[in-house]
Structures are given as structure tokens and as C-alpha cells.
Design a protein around this ligand. Structure first.
Ligand SMILES: [Zn+2]
Ligand SMILES: [Zn+2]
Length: 326
């Protein structure tokens, strides 16, 4: 009998409480995601494992849905203690290894993006200060990381988990699909979440055409016909199809609002559009707000609805309908 145990972990800095998952396959024990690398969360994780009769050293395999600190943060520590193999999608592997070259390349990309979004100098300093002080900076990357790609399989007990690559939120974000007792299920990381809409555009500066990629990933997820999704934050989603529809609807509405902003206020950069949509932003939202605005402006740009000139987006013609974009 193979069982899934959700492990609830606190997370004050990012999208709210994390859910990691212990899969007890009898002879084998797998962990999906790890929580953020802080002493508190580490203690919590041990407590959650213990309440399911498990210790860190029992772990055989750790699968990561994506590179974000609140999902991959404790992977290195847990590996050091258990000797577990740690696996992540090939596109996110460099971010989990976090060697110096990758860190500075990421910062460069981030700076270039903020500049192109029109983020004012003071705000960009505030954001870098937040990122530098955010949890997980002390984390220890796994010394041995195994890369996977779409379609790869992992078995644990009665389950065979299949990697389904769903980029958008990050370049390597992946779901792990398996046949549950009543139908197909999947661990979905931040591909769909029960409360928030996962950030697209600001969460991984390496992703080109972020909204388009994310929307295709939702199509891929829909085709799995899931009866249940196990997200990277909060509780399981019992009607994944409905949640996918809600998120798509949300993006369509947001695109409509972006068009409205440009119609009312004239040409604007991503930062200005974000201010109209979200007001004043702090901490991680300085990244997520204009990132989200950028993702929608970029999507409109690629469909010829807006044109970008000197960093500002101008409406070419307000479309009668956004059907072609969604
Ligand atoms: Zn994430
Ligand atoms: Zn997350």
C-alpha cells in the first residue's frame, strides 16, 4: 500500500504556506519538494516526517517541482543527511546548483528586465535588498543533482510518477503524474494553486514568452484529466479542471484590464501599467507586479494588439475580442 502524506510547512516570504509530500512506498520513501531553508522550517519538516513515522535519513529520493527556494531550499541538507538522490528538471538544475556564475547571470538578467520594465532606481534597490535578505540564502545546494526531462518516470511503491514539463512560472517547472485510486492525479508544484494565481513573468527571468508558455502548460495539465492535484502551497485541489478554467479566466480578465489601462492613459511601460493594476508594491511584489504586467503586455505585443517603442507599449487598435489570445 502506497500512501501520500502532505507535510505542511510555514512560509512567510513567498506565496504562503508550503506543502511538501512524503510518499511512503513501503520499502522506499520519496519526498516531493522540501520547503524553505530556515531553521524553523527544518524543525517543522522533521516533526511532520516524524508524525508519519519517518526521519530525514530514511529518505531515498527527493523530487523537486522547480528551483524556487520555498520548494528546493532544504534539498541539500536532506541529501547530506540521508544520501537521497535529488532530481529536478534539466532547465531548473543550474538554478538549484546555484554556482556563482549562475547567480550573477540571473542578477544580470533581472537587472536588464527591470530596466526594460521601467522599474525606478529606488524600487529596484529595495527589491535587491529583499532578495538578498530573503530566507534561504544560507541554504546548501545538493552536491549531487540528477536532471530529468519530460516523460521520465520514477517509481515508488505502487505508483509510477511521470514527469510532465509545465514551464511558465519557471523554465523547468514540472508536475509528477500518476494513476491514483480513483483516476489520474499529479503533484503540480506552482503550476496551479488553490488560492493564488501563480506568478508568471516575474518568477523566473529566464522564461521567454511567459504567458504563452504558461497557457500551453495549462492545456497540457487539462489533458491529464486529473481527479486531484497536489499543489506546492496549501490543500489538494479536488476539481483541477475547474481551477484551470478559473486561472485562465483570471488571465483573460487581466489582459482586458491592461488594454483598458493603455486605452485610458496612453502608452506606458510595464512598471506604470503595474501601478495602475496593483498600486504601490513592496518586497517580492516589486518583482511579481511588473512581471505580471510585462507577461500580459508581451502577450498582446506578440498578437499585434500593442506595439513596443522606447520601452513603452502603445495600443495599435483595441481588439473587439481577445479570443485569439486565449
Ligand atoms: Zn514558485
Ligand atoms: Zn511556490
Amino acid at each position: 500500500m502506497t500512501t501520500i502524506h502532505p507535510l505542511e510547512l510555514e512560509n512567510k516570504e513567498f506565496e504562503g504556506e508550503n506543502s511538501a509530500y512524503l510518499i511512503d512506498g513501503g520499502d522506499e520513501t520519496m519526498l516531493v519538494d522540501t520547503g524553505v531553508s530556515t531553521p524553523d522550517v527544518r524543525v517543522q519538516l522533521e516533526r511532520e516526517l516524524a508524525s508519519n513515522g519517518c526521519e530525514p535519513r530514511d529518505l531515498d529520493r527527493i523530487l523537486l517541482t522547480h528551483w524556487h527556494q520555498d520548494h528546493a531550499g532544504l534539498a541539500g541538507e536532506l541529501q547530506a543527511e540521508s544520501g537521497a538522490t535529488v532530481h529536478v528538471h534539466e532547465a531548473d538544475a543550474p538554478m538549484v546548483r546555484r554556482n556563482a556564475g549562475v547567480e550573477s547571470l540571473l542578477r544580470e538578467k533581472e537587472r536588464a528586465r527591470y530596466e526594460s520594465w521601467g522599474v525606478p532606481a529606488g524600487k529596484d534597490a529595495e527589491l535587491f535588498e529583499f532578495l538578498d535578505s530573503a530566507a534561504g540564502k544560507e541554504e546548501r545546494p545538493p552536491t549531487d543533482l540528477v536532471e530529468f526531462s519530460d516523460g521520465d518516470r520514477f517509481s515508488v511503491g505502487d505508483y509510477t510518477l511521470r514527469v510532465v514539463h509545465t514551464p511558465g512560472h519557471t523554465a523547468g517547472l514540472s508536475c509528477f503524474a500518476f494513476e491514483g485510486d480513483t483516476g489520474p492525479e499529479a503533484f503540480v508544484g506552482d503550476t496551479i494553486l488553490p488560492v493564488y494565481t501563480p506568478n508568471v513573468g516575474g518568477a523566473d527571468p529566464r522564461v521567454d514568452r511567459p504567458l504563452e508558455r504558461y497557457l500551453s502548460s495549462l492545456d497540457v495539465l487539462r489533458e491529464l484529466d486529473l481527479v486531484r492535484a497536489w499543489p506546492g502551497h496549501r490543500r489538494p485541489i479536488g476539481t483541477p479542471d475547474e481551477r484551470i478554467r478559473t486561472i485562465e479566466h483570471h488571465h483573460r480578465e487581466r489582459t482586458e484590464r491592461v488594454v483598458d489601462v493603455l486605452e485610458t492613459h496612453g502608452p506606458a511601460d510595464a512598471w506604470t501599467v503595474s501601478a495602475h493594476l496593483f498600486g504601490e508594491l513592496h518586497a517580492i511584489h516589486i518583482l511579481h507586479g511588473p512581471g505580471e504586467a510585462f507577461a500580459h503586455l508581451d502577450h498582446l505585443d506578440r498578437h499585434g494588439v500593442v506595439e513596443r517603442e522606447d520601452g513603452e507599449y502603445a495600443l495599435v487598435e483595441a481588439p473587439a475580442s481577445l479570443d485569439d489570445l486565449f
